[in-house]
Write a protein that binds this ligand. Structure first.
Ligand SMILES: O=P(O)(O)OC[C@H]1O[C@H](OP(=O)(O)OP(=O)(O)O)[C@H](O)[C@@H]1O
Ligand SMILES: NC(=O)CC[C@H](N)C(=O)O
Ligand SMILES: [Mg+2]
Length: 506
């Protein structure tokens, strides 16, 4: 769940991209990058770190031009090394830069095909670099000479859809031609477009979340449809085309639970409103499990659970209090790389106000329990602060299955609910009771806000992988690769063999 942004304007765009990335920072804290286009030349700066740390004045000055793309990264493939920060660049055909949110499920096969068929070298383990090379190859195939019309570009995107599996929302610049954005045929990761009317014409901004449009003063135009591509040419003309054969909208349910900002509207559903609904449905379950008067106070675990906790308290008629104060200078712990830093950060990030806990029966509410890092620490902190009983409620159902579409939870054994009953998870987090949302209720919470949303990518909760290519064997391979990072994947071994064969043939 990285953040991506693309803009075409009548004025320099470096500051717009920087500010938009700040608005999307919650989607990726590991690395950030911007590539702008100026007189058919790209300028690019990217590095590991938060947006405000990556870009210095001298970098901003060098990012000239009236169009560009930006990215803030939360790694889900390859590593967190600086080489894998985005955007990526290829010099042929024309020169293309690309930023990607999502995760591919057939990247090893594509990488191998690229090498065998095209002699294209992919220099990192990033799936996004593979995606860029597939796009570059297909643009090369769809055109002859130096002209590149929208039809050829859309033909290339259609070919990308046929070859690439997984989740991808993409912004890309083609040097001398314009800005391209597209979304995978299942519409898993979000992408929307907005406009701004100026005296010199219409400007366009494409972003992962509507908050970036609103924050930059652009008017929300619409969500980009699953499988659709939009292309804004050098004359600022917008071209649109459905490029997939059988598109269907299956937005990621976890975006509504945790990833997206509550003030965003994704695929027609206000994230805030869906979280309120999650709180309402959770209240129904809490009521079944507790007697009236058994809970003295409902408390959110800041930040993401607040809307659900507010509504849950309201529905139960129990007092809502903020017992944990968040250090606003510490980022989101779930996105941090490595369990040690995540665990340490929970204590650094949240601190209990003793008087809110002393002698009380407290119901702590979080949006989700994934690895259990937060809940384990928080329950302890509530007890240390003097709570009599510590109950826990999760606005999302148990996370039981890996996510392969852009959320970094690829192995089952890191998920606290995997192979455990609710009672066992409750014991693990040392709570006195634990209530989980039901999967149906979660989906209903989103559909209630936008009834047009009827199908979701909710694999981490229900084990259904909408792209159809994620088999138990695939998940086993992924898990093996995570546990044995040094072991070469089968495709790499094949490539090495191919290299040997080629060398022997010479
Ligand atoms: O079970 P876990 O593996 O700990 O993951 C779940 C927790 O991580 C997230 O919080 P985070 O601190 O990332 O962000 P927030 O401030 O937006 O709540 C989420 O809101 C849960 O609190
Ligand atoms: N979270 C994401 O969208 C990650 C994008 C890409 N898979 C990467 O690892 O860089
Ligand atoms: Mg949290």
């Amino acid at each position: 769940m990285c953040g991506i942004v693309g803009v075409v304007s009548n004025n320099p765009v470096n500051q717009v991209l920087y500010d938009a990335l700040l608005l999307l920072q919650h989607r990726g804290q590991d690395a950030a990058g911007i590539a702008t286009s100026h007189s058919n030349m790209f300028s690019m700066h990217k590095a590991n770190g938060l947006v405000r740390d990556v870009f210095r004045t001298r970098n901003m000055r060098s990012l000239q031009g009236n169009s560009g793309i930006g990215h803030c990264r939360y790694p889900t493939a390859g590593s967190s090394s600086e080489e894998e920060a985005q955007p990526f660049y290829v010099n042929a055909p024309f020169g293309i830069t690309l930023a990607h949110n999502g995760n591919l499920t057939n990247q090893e096969q594509l990488k191998s095909e690229m090498f065998r068929n095209d002699r294209r070298h992919i220099n990192t383990d990033s799936d996004s670099e593979v995606l860029l090379n597939v796009l570059a190859h297909e643009i090369q195939e769809s055109t002859t000479g130096f002209t590149l019309d929208p039809d050829s570009i859309f033909k290339a995107v259609a070919a990308v859809h046929r070859r690439v599996r997984g989740a991808y929302a993409v912004v890309a610049q083609i040097a001398g031609h314009g800005l391209l954005a597209f979304r995978d045929p299942f519409g898993i990761r979000p992408l929307c477009i907005g406009t701004n009317e100026t005296d010199n014409g219409t400007e366009y901004l494409v972003a992962s979340e509507s908050v970036a449009l609103e924050g930059m003063g652009f008017r929300f135009l619409r969500d980009i449809a699953p499988g659709e591509a939009v292309f804004i040419d050098m004359d600022m003309k917008l071209h649109e085309r459905q490029c997939a054969d059988n598109p269907s909208l299956n937005p990621c349910a976890f975006e509504y639970v945790y990833l997206a900002r509550p003030d965003s509207i994704l695929d027609g559903a206000s994230v805030y409103a869906t979280r309120l609904k999650m709180g309402e449905y959770l209240a129904d379950k809490v009521r079944q499990q507790f007697k009236s008067g058994e809970i003295d106070v409902v408390m959110p675990i800041p930040d993401s659970s607040r809307p659900a906790a507010i509504q849950l308290a309201l529905k139960l008629g129990v007092e809502y209090r903020e017992g944990f104060i968040k250090n606003r200078y510490i980022g989101r712990t779930f996105l941090m790389p490595g369990q040690a830093i995540r665990r340490k950060s929970v204590r650094q990030k949240l601190n209990a106000i003793g008087s809110e806990f002393k002698g009380k029966n407290v119901l702590l509410v979080d949006d989700s329990i994934v690895r259990g890092t937060t809940s384990q620490e928080i329950v302890q902190m509530a007890r240390e602060a003097g709570a009599r009983n510590v109950f826990f409620a999760s606005a999302a159902p148990p996370v039981l299955f890996p996510n392969v579409y852009g959320i970094d939870m690829p192995t089952r054994d890191e998920l606290i609910a995997y192979g455990r009953s609710t009672e066992e998870v409750c014991r693990e987090i040392t709570a006195d009771a634990l209530v989980y949302q039901d999967v149906d209720a979660l989906k209903r919470a989103i559909s209630d806000v936008n009834p047009a949303l009827t199908s979701f990518e909710a694999s981490c909760f229900d084990g259904v992988y909408v792209t159809g290519d994620v088999t138990p064997a695939y998940l086993d391979r992924l898990e093996f690769a995570r546990h044995n990072p040094k072991a070469a994947p089968a495709e790499d071994a094949a490539r090495t063999q191919l290299n040997l064969n080629l060398a022997n043939a010479e």
